[in-house]
Design a protein around this ligand. Structure first.
Ligand SMILES: Nc1ncnc2c1ncn2[C@@H]1O[C@H](COP(=O)(O)OP(=O)(O)OP(=O)(O)O)[C@@H](O)[C@H]1O
Ligand SMILES: [Mg+2]
Length: 327
């Protein structure tokens, strides 16, 4: 029997048990190599039906002040991958654009209570978190456009940098006491290093940086790393860059390979082995209010996010400072 990926039958299932797939054409061509890689990836992903639970809740901040690098796409698809393999996941949408809420099919029109009420008004997360209707085990703290004013409103509030942390810790503790421990929290940040992102970095323990495989990828990264170091020094000594994910990788271009090589040279083993390919299915999914896993579970985008998620569950938290990474 083919093993389900958690979202119904996957095209990948048809490859199972047939390692000697014949493609009917020259195996040395780039197309044949790509097809074979896709089959091998499908087999690996199908084999992992459950991911190991972490010893304690892991809180990831998905951040990069550069816009459009794949923060939201990474947040929702890694979250969906975890949930499809039996883990409990909470996504915190900390971007007034509300893109993560859209992709996870969560109501977030103006006035919908969500993260704004939690951090500005100090409301309990318990009444604000919503279950994702399409993905069991995944819940979401939505963001609406109301959050756009929060950067300014937070400035005059007491303990402005720690408000998300306090609300989140209280919520996680209540769930743990009720025997419903959350395994992973993923916080989707806006493309800036303002107070919202600072709140995320105080609440999180691990930073996941998506890096788009294009020419300007490394520009601004130094500033991001320095900001993380500052927060580590003054507000959250436990914060570490644990994971870097290469996104929108195009195997046909030398540029993508060059950027990937450069990033791996700088950040060594912090970079996941799996790179997310540029894929039309990934970009189409949000317009159907879906993740790529629910939209097309057998596509290369879905399989890559599943592999990346598995890698994350397998690497222990790496506490790396900027100095350690450069040495
Ligand atoms: N691997 C991919 N292949 C193709 N398109 C992608 C891929 N990853 C992301 N995209 C598309 O690129 C655009 C930007 O992605 P996304 O919204 O995830 O970036 P972001 O960093 O969250 O952006 P922002 O900084 O505005 O929050 C979106 O249209 C998304 O669908
Ligand atoms: Mg985004």
């Amino acid at each position: 029997m083919p093993v389900s990926d958690g979202f119904g039958p996957s095209p990948a299932a048809s490859y199972r048990g047939d390692r000697s797939v014949s493609f009917g054409f020259d195996r040395e061509t780039p197309l044949a190599t790509e097809a074979q890689e896709h089959v091998s990836q499908a087999l690996r992903v199908q084999a992992a039906t459950q991911f190991a639970k972490p010893a304690e809740t892991r809180v990831f901040v998905v951040a990069n002040q550069k816009g459009g690098v794949g923060k939201t796409t990474t947040t929702v698809n890694i979250a969906a991958a975890f949930a499809s393999r039996g883990l409990r996941v909470l996504v915190v949408d900390l971007d007034p654009q509300g893109n993560a809420s859209t992709a996870l099919n969560i109501e977030h029109t103006e006035g919908t209570p969500g993260v704004y009420e939690a951090i500005v008004e100090g409301r309990d997360l318990d009444g604000l978190v919503r279950d994702c209707p399409d993905i069991p085990g995944l819940s979401v703290l939505p963001a609406s456009i109301d959050l756009a004013g929060a950067e300014i409103e937070l400035v005059s509030l007491v303990a402005r940098e720690t408000r998300l942390d306090k609300a989140l810790q209280k919520h996680l503790a209540r769930l743990e006491n009720a025997g419903q421990r959350v395994d992973y929290v993923l916080i989707d940040c806006p493309p800036s290093l303002g107070l919202l992102t600072i709140n995320a970095m105080v609440a999180g323990r691990e930073v996941l940086i998506p890096i788009q495989c294009e020419y300007y990828a490394l520009e601004g990264l130094g500033q991001l790393v320095r900001s993380i170091e500052l927060i580590r020094a003054h507000l959250n000594p436990q914060l570490a860059i644990s994971t870097i994910l290469l996104t929108m990788y195009d195997a046909r271009t030398k540029l993508s390979a060059g950027v990937a090589e450069n990033v791996r040279k700088h950040f060594s083993e912090t970079v996941l082995k799996t790179a997310i390919p540029r894929s039309v299915r990934i970009s189409e999914a949000p317009s159907y209010r879906q993740t790529v896993l629910t939209y097309d579970g057998g596509s290369s985008g879905a399989l890559s996010y599943l592999e990346a998620a598995r890698e994350i569950t397998e690497c222990a938290t790496q506490k790396k400072t900027l100095k350690e990474m450069q040495s």
